[in-house]
Structure formats: structure tokens, C-alpha cells
Design a protein around this ligand. Sequence first.
Ligand SMILES: NC(=O)c1ccc[n+]([C@@H]2O[C@H](COP(=O)([O-])OP(=O)(O)OC[C@H]3O[C@@H](n4cnc5c(N)ncnc54)[C@H](OP(=O)(O)O)[C@@H]3O)[C@@H](O)[C@H]2O)c1
Length: 326
Amino acid sequence: MTATMKAIIHTKYGTPDVLQLTEVAKPTPKAEDVLVKVVATAVNQADNHLLSGMMRFSSGLFKPKHRILGSDIAGHVEAVGQNVTQFQPGDAVFGDLSGHGRGGFAEYVAAPETAVAPKPANISFAQAAAVPMTAVTALQGLRDKGEIQAGQKVLINGASGGVGTFAVQIARALGAEVTAVVSTRKMDMVRSMGADHIIDYTQEDFTQTGEQYDLIFDTVGNRSVAEYKRTLKPKGRFVTTAFLPSLVIQGPWLSLTEGKKMDNLMAKPNQKDLDVMRNLLETNQVIPIIDRCYPLSDVPEALRYLEEGHAKGKAIIMMPDSSAGE
Ligand SMILES: NC(=O)c1ccc[n+]([C@@H]2O[C@H](COP(=O)([O-])OP(=O)(O)OC[C@H]3O[C@@H](n4cnc5c(N)ncnc54)[C@H](OP(=O)(O)O)[C@@H]3O)[C@@H](O)[C@H]2O)c1
């Protein structure tokens, strides 16, 4: 008899209403795969984009290629394929499966061993599930595209969401002087995360203060390229996770003519950066912020909440018997 597991699946594009909790076949790991018993997973804006069909050119033109969404996972290795060298059953791991068909909204998922890394020892599975996609995005934006340097003035626009809460803490850990742009009710949270300065966007427009920054890391994309540009120092850098189409043409031009580097970020999940994050987490330089936790059956509700756009850190999904993993 085929072993089964609980999973949230979608067989067509639509709103979170099209998602169903059902029993599906438990995956079998291929030679390079680990089979992970998921303890916690996180919802990401990418799950909403994929569910809606917005990315159908890559996710399946008429119907989804992969029925189970969910990129971020934290759990225990249950079994390993014959070529796996890094992990063995029982190991605690975390990872981002967005490059491998996802599948995190399920009790078990199989993925290449290179998609996961040892889970940080000092945090819960719920906290570990908060990390992979959003923290690695923040890390790559600040470090690789932003070329952040200690002592620089860095502004994070959208500092209170999944990506932003990690960006503030990573920028601080890398020695920057951080200004966080948030709404009134998030001010205490970003202050406790170590932000040096806070701008309440309901009261003040950061592009109108006259202040300029070495690096702007943006997760909202709510201002024009001209407004972001005038808020940058002469050789400043601007990186956004909220794709701005006009930057595709304007970015290289501004770099040539004005020396300001402005670009969209497309993060690339990888094991090395999970290791970098584990180090920052285990030394308590970064602490994942969890907004709320939902059971697996409430993935649709969690996605609706995320879609509203006002998360305070990460929304996490706990598996039915996740108490064993805490
Ligand atoms: N390119 C990539 O590789 C990549 C990777 C991950 C995510 N992303 C994208 O990055 C974006 C952010 O993702 P996320 O996971 O951080 O989203 P999120 O968790 O939903 O957070 C959004 C945050 O934006 C804040 N916000 C809304 N309006 C604002 C404004 N006018 N000024 C300042 N802050 C504002 C919200 O706080 P308030 O309640 O205070 O408004 C909320 O905390 C999404 O578009 C996502 O798709 C891209």
C-alpha cells in the first residue's frame, strides 16, 4: 500500500480558496535527495504569486506544474538517497526549496541535499522556517548587490515584513547605521531589533527629508526611481526586492551617467548562504521575528493574511504533530 501524507494542494490557479487539504502520496527521495519530515514551513509572497497564476510562464501555462506550494522548510531528515553525503536520518535541517519545485505545505518533502543545511541549534523549528527565503534575500541584497560596508548609512524601506526584519538585523550585524521605514505600530519592534533611526511612513516621507544614504534596500517599491535616486548619496546604491520594471532600462543608464547603482534583486537560494545565516543566528546577531503561527489546514488563511501586506515578520505553518519537533 502506498504511504500517504497530509498536504495542501492546488490543481488550478486562483485565490487561496482553491487550496485543498488532502492526502497525497508520500514522496520517495531520489539518489541525491533527502526526505524531510517537515516540522514548520513559512508562507511567502511568492506562494501567492504562484497560486494566482502570475508566474504561469514558468509555473505551468494552463495549470500548475507543481501542486504543493511552500518554499521554506525546517524539519528532520527522515531518509536519504544513495548518493547523499552531508546528512543522515535524524538531522535537523532548514532550507528554501523554491528552485526545486517547492512542496513545503506537506508533512514530508524530498529535495536535493544541497537545498538544505543544518538547522541553527539555538532556535526553534518555527523560527528556522522563517529564515531561508526572506533572510537570504536580505543578505544577498545588502551584501552582493548593495556591497554594504561597515559605517555606511543604510535605509531599509519596508523594514517590518519578512524580508525587512532580516534586512535591518543583517545590516546592523554588518556594521551599518540603519534607518528603518515602518508604520507607527511597528516602530517599537524595529527599535528592539537595533534600528538606529526610525521613520514612520504615515508621518514622514523619507524621500523628502533631505537626508541621503549610501545604500537603500527597498522591499516595497512604492516610490518612483527619481524619488529613490535623490535619496541616494552620489555613489550610492539602491536595491529593491519589489520588481521595478523601469529600472531594467534606467538602472544601467544611471550607473553610467551618474555613478548611482540602482537594480532589482532576484535572490538565488543556496546552501552557502544558509550557512552564513546559521552563523548570524547562532551568534544571536539575527533573531527571526514571528508574527503568527497557523496549523497546516489554515494555509489559505495565512496566505490571505500575507496578501494584505502588513505582516510583522513572518507567518509560519506548523505541521499536525509538530510538537515533537520543538
Ligand atoms: N526578488 C526576490 O528575490 C524576492 C524574495 C523575497 C521577497 N520578494 C518580494 O519582496 C517584497 C517584500 O516581501 P516580504 O516577504 O517582506 O513581504 P511582507 O512580509 O508582506 O512585508 C511587507 C511589509 O511592507 C510594509 N509596508 C507596506 N507599505 C509600506 C510603505 N508604504 N512603507 C514602508 N513599509 C510598507 C508592511 O508594513 P506595514 O504594515 O507597516 O505597512 C509589511 O511589513 C514582496 O514584493 C515579495 O514578493 C522578492
